[in-house]
Design a protein around this ligand. Structure first.
Ligand code: FAD
Length: 686
């Protein structure tokens, strides 16, 4: 039955908000009358970030749950296969007679661009478009420092989030029922997420994971009633279920982060009243984890190329080792370092890795193998069940030392020591590396030191059934020092060339790009011709701030996308990312109608951005939390240091038994490290 009568209904466009509870776009659609719920599968739009096998498996299950819930409420989910979401939306509008479109915000660069285009195109066809925040506690443009500037370190950002004058909105209840729009002329497409081969590989996933919004809810409740209270003590245990396992649910928006926040805060108040300090501390740390997810979107919004370029500009001069043999050995878990290999085999077999092991394997990748971090990031993207562009980029940038508060670049963690720290009994290694199962714990994390008799008794022949270390740590350390010297020399040469006027400027941190600041993506606040603007509609509070772009960007993207696809089919090395320079020829412009919405500091920001802004590093250990470093004693327990008020970032690592000890004076020696480039917050339009 159609209650919409074919006219005046609303399209609710689902993307990574696959839930009926606390879904502001759905709530708005239901309030407005009849609803057509739509999901468009257009993975080619993601270019090289075509979702990986396990991620697609999750999506398939999640959509089935969503469809079933929506049907129970009165309207099925219409699924569409497309290569151009915006054109498909337009078709759905035409075939259903819809007059409104509602959707929730996403913050990765491709979505920002696509969503802005959707607004422009649909508005120009007379459709009212409204968008909402359903993915974050606070919109990125609402969290600024005292001067209206975006924060550049996690701790300052998170502190501000926690002290915002208003709390994140309370979560919305699911609708009681949905009046369906007329879908008689809008048939579903069958979506294919996995081929037969992939189906077989995916079969085991369902034993360990239960996608879907109601399962996400159960997982959240189970975590809050269980491991949360001991999160502060247990969260680093790589081999046990001590964290929430919410990341894939959160990625697909099966549970809202606002709901997570509110439920966890309620528990915190309860524990505070009971005087349960450990519980309170656990909540603080768990909320910081949620804060890192928020920060990943914040970084992506403010640095739309952060998944492609280091944020610290000098790293474009780092001579990465382009060695596909190393890359393959890392992927296959055959580096000769048991903890790294166990992690990589777990990732390959299950699509999952504990945060600590992610840090270990990624750190080994960039510091010991010195492979380009974007390769690792792309492999994680392909392999992780919770693959999330913003979190993936934040994690890799942090590990690579390319963020102002990232790890020190010349710090190398030794997997042998990390092994005894995170897997003291070797159980994790034995589970994932059966060839080492009989090796005594004493040697489990460094079999190359084991006496021949011990190896023989364990059935291990190094170099035959388990590899010798692919690179010695001492060699890696020396090579890293040499590479860093090269980097600084080149950086200095570049600066000198600029000062001599033989080069135009410094600002693009992409490794192989010219130094010239890419003029094409500069904001042109007042230059956008009026004719390019969508019919002006008053901006609503919940409207997303999105970039206004020229069609040249979209055209380039499309061209790149199709060639990427051709390459990936033909090239067995398709996992090596192709440098998609979408920024080339792209011009980001600002809708003059929106200029009035800009903060009064926007000009100052622009000037600051165009120069290489000097940033003082505040001492903190962001994404990581994860890092094994920077701890101090508090209340008798060892807890990570997030923002010690006095010590410098580098001081945190002094005496860190985990690192190889070169790091303490690194920043003092290289103050340029503080320069952050690509500080290109996307301009904002209503
Ligand atoms: C190199 C690297 C790559 C990563 N790639 C991804 C990725 O693709 N997708 C992803 O969701 N997470 C990624 N992370 C972050 C983190 O490892 C996972 O979010 C976490 O392990 C998920 O387990 P959990 O849900 O049990 O986490 P919990 O400890 O229970 O944390 C709760 C939630 O907080 C968020 N969170 C926790 N830590 C981080 C973090 N460091 N960065 C961003 N969000 C965080 C996640 O949404 C997580 O579900 C990456 C980390 C590193 C070091």
């Amino acid at each position: 039955m159609s209650g919409g009568g074919g006219g005046g209904c609303s399209i609710v466009w689902f993307r990574r908000d696959l839930r009926v509870e606390d879904n502001p776009a759905l709530t708005a659609g239901v309030r407005a009358g009849a609803v057509v719920a739509v999901f468009i599968w257009a993975p080619e739009e993601e270019g090289q970030y075509y979702p990986g096998r396990v991620s697609r498996w999750w999506l398939k299950q999640s959509l089935a749950f969503l469809d079933s819930s929506l049907r129970n409420l009165g309207a099925p989910l219409i699924t569409k296969r497309s290569t151009d979401s915006v054109s498909t939306l337009l078709e759905v509008v035409k075939s259903t007679g819809a007059t409104q479109l509602f959707f929730n915000h996403l913050y990765d660069p491709l979505s920002l661009i696509r969503d802005h285009r959707a607004k422009e195109v649909l508005t120009s066809h007379g459709i009212a478009v409204r968008s909402f925040n359903a993915d974050l506690l606070y919109e990125p443009w609402d969290v600024n420092d005292a001067h209206g500037q975006p924060f550049t370190t996690f701790s300052a950002f998170w502190e501000r989030c926690l002290s915002m004058p208003y709390d994140p909105e309370a979560p919305l209840l699911p609708p009681k029922r949905i009046i369906p729009g007329d879908i008689s002329r809008c048939p579903c497409d069958t979506l294919v997420f996995e081929d037969e081969f992939e189906k077989a590989s995916n079969a085991l996933l369902a034993r360990a994971w239960s996608p879907g919004w109601n399962n996400a809810d159960k997982a959240l409740t189970a975590f809050i009633n269980g491991p949360l209270i001991e999160y502060s003590r247990n969260r680093r245990k790589a081999d046990s279920a001590t964290t929430s396992f919410l990341s894939p649910h959160l990625h697909f928006g099966e549970v809202s982060v606002k709901k997570v926040f509110h439920l966890v805060r309620i528990r915190q108040v309860l524990w505070a009243n009971e005087g349960n300090k450990a519980g309170e501390e656990s909540v603080n740390l768990f909320l910081k984890s949620i804060g890192l997810r928020e920060y990943s979107r914040y970084i992506s919004f403010n640095h739309p190329y952060s998944h492609e370029r280091p944020l610290l500009g000098h790293l474009k001069f780092f001579p990465w080792v382009v060695n596909e043999g190393y890359f393959k050995a890392w992927r296959q878990g055959r580096t000769g370092y048991p903890l790294v290999d166990a992690g990589m085999r777990e990732l390959w077999a299950t699509g999952w890795l504990h945060d600590r092991i992610r840090v270990v394997v990624s750190s080994f990748f960039v510091k010991v193998l010195q492979l380009p971090w974007r390769w690792g990031m792309k492999y994680f993207w392909d392999a992780l069940l919770d693959a999330d562009l913003e979190s993936d980029a934040l994690g890799w940038q942090y590990i690579s030392g390319t963020l102002p508060d990232g790890r020190e670049f010349d710090r190398i963690d030794n997997p042998q020591f990390e092994g005894y720290k995170f897997d003291p009994n070797g159980e994790y290694v034995r589970r994932w590396l059966p060839e080492l199962a009989r090796l005594p714990t004493e040697w489990i994390h460094h079999p190359w030191n084991a006496p021949e008799s011990v190896l023989q008794a364990a059935g291990i022949e190094l170099g035959s059934n388990y590899p010798l270390p692919i690179v010695g740590i001492d060699t890696a350390k020396a090579r890293l020092q040499e590479a860093l010297s090269q980097m600084w020399q080149q950086e200095a040469a570049s600066r000198a060339a600029i000062e001599n006027g033989t080069e135009e400027g410094l600002g693009d941190s992409s490794e192989s790009a010219p130094y010239t600041f890419p003029q094409d993506i500069q904001m042109e606040e007042n230059l956008e011709p009026v004719r390019n603007n969508p019919p002006s509609a008053p901006r609503r509070y919940e409207d997303q701030m999105v970039p206004s772009i020229t069609s040249s960007l979209l055209r380039i993207e499309e061209e790149e996308t199709s060639s990427d696809l051709r390459n990936s089919a033909a090239d067995s090395r398709a996992e090596v990312p192709i440098n998609v320079n979408v920024q080339q020829n792209a011009r980001v412009t600002l809708n003059p109608g929106a200029a009035v919405l800009q903060s009064p500091h926007s000009n100052a920001r622009l000037q600051q951005n165009n120069g290489a802004t000097e940033l003082r590093i505040t001492a903190e250990d962001s994404t990581a939390e994860s890092s094994s470093s920077g701890r101090r004693e508090r209340d008798g327990g060892v807890v990570p240091v997030w923002s010690p008020p006095t010590s410098s970032f580098s001081e945190q690592f002094v005496g860190d038994e985990n690192g190889i000890g070169t790091s303490s004076s690194y920043l003092q020696r290289h103050p340029q490290t503080h320069e952050i480039l690509n500080w290109r917050r996307l301009p904002q339009t209503g």
